[in-house]
Write a protein that binds this ligand. Sequence first.
Ligand code: BES
Ligand code: ZN
Ligand code: ZN
Length: 498
Amino acid sequence: MKTRLVSVPLARQPADGWLLFAFQDEPVPVPGSDPVSRRLDRMLKDWRARHDFIGKLNQVAVISSWESLPARSIVLAGLGKKKDFHVARFRQAAAAAAHTLRKHRLATLAVSLRAPDLPLAPELLAGHLAAALHYGHYAFTRYLTKDEDGPDRRMPDILFTDAPVRAPALARRLADTVAASEILKEVRDLANLPANEAAPAALAGAARALARKHGLACRVMDKAALQRKGCGALLAVGRGSRHEPRLIILRYPGTDRKLRPVALVGKTITFDTGGISIKPGKGMEWMKYDKCGGMAVLAAVLMAARLRLPRPVIALLPAAENMPGGDATRPGDIIRSYSGQTIEILNTDAEGRLLLADALSLAAEYKPAAIVDLATLTGASVVALGHVLSAVMGNRPEIVEQLRQAGETSGERLWPLPLLPEYDEDIKGAFSDLKNVGERGAGTIIGGTFLRHFVPESIPWAHLDIANTAYEESTKPYAPAGPTLFGARLLVEWLRNL
Ligand code: BES
Ligand code: ZN
Ligand code: ZN
């Protein structure tokens, strides 16, 4: 995709399509009052009188202009009710338009930056639009050998009209967004790989290749190195699989080396069968997406590097496959984590917190200014919040609030859950320091409570449980089934403001 800023008004910009947004039950705002704009306005009013487009969120219509306008088609995207406006909803609406356009052959799409009814400055409007159009146009086609549409339908070039004549900040924002979107696409392809193509070693190879391409340092610890280091919790998770675990570490030095780094940790389970505490068969295929915390962190560190953010970043991706093999960990097994704390594994399906435990301890050794982990950790997060936004927990209210704020700005929204000492009782071990599951509900909080034991209290830390947002289980108007990389954009926004 190419993007271009042009100063002419929309009505004077020939294109295959013009993209317009409409709030629910409100007239479509047409930018301009020249004869072409008036013709467009009349055409839309006439069309709406005969169709049931009301501007509901994610409703999209592609209308032919019958050659009466400089655009062949008008693309109408519904934003939902005006009072409910949110960046997250705006991005969804734009993504829905791009997703619909996959079925149409448009080489160019023009959209106006003059949108007085949208509470977004042109710079943000252009950034969110470019990102969301990219996001919505994505499809994972690698294994389609006879896709009738042609496997890689091109994204239309986007022409932003009504742009100020000289707007270097806007232009830079747009270039950054396009570059970041390309990274998100690359990593989304990786996240989409089925487990037979993305064992820990294979993922490590792919991460190494991406790191090299984008100029980052990458180190991979294999099973022997993890044994020497004493990462008993990470190793316990991988024991049931023939595909040995890895710890993938990427480093971006930042443009301001005086700053202390931030450590990002992402759960990278390449497949979660549950292990000996095996999961039911129905829907188990989605557990190929149990690596999505790691994939979001990978995308975030690559984007931080591409955007040349000042803050140094260390990304740790503990990768393992949770399988019920002959040497698998059993319920009741007691293991020793890298931190020295012992853990009784009562349920081998609560494996994410185990490999994160060791990765968090290792992250702390870099003396980071903060640690944030992302993990598809608990099904209970779906019970608590559905699929709308994810839970954030931490050892300081400040970092939780910073991340929540970054979520509001980026459109990847978060909601805080409490980590009170009362919850600790539930994971106190009888035969060990800790046990890996509780018995008294609050599954998502218990996950966070467990992880907290592996981060020194002196380091600000937060945990995002993204099990409910990391992937779609069915095609949505704004995205195909598959990984969303939820958290990646939020982390970049947070790093930017740190
Ligand atoms: N990977 C799962 C969590 C998950 C569930 C991710 C649904 C995406 C969708 C995790 O490893 C798991 O199995 N958690 C258990 C924890 C329980 C045993 C305490 C769960 O949520 O049931
Ligand atoms: Zn599990
Ligand atoms: Zn899991």
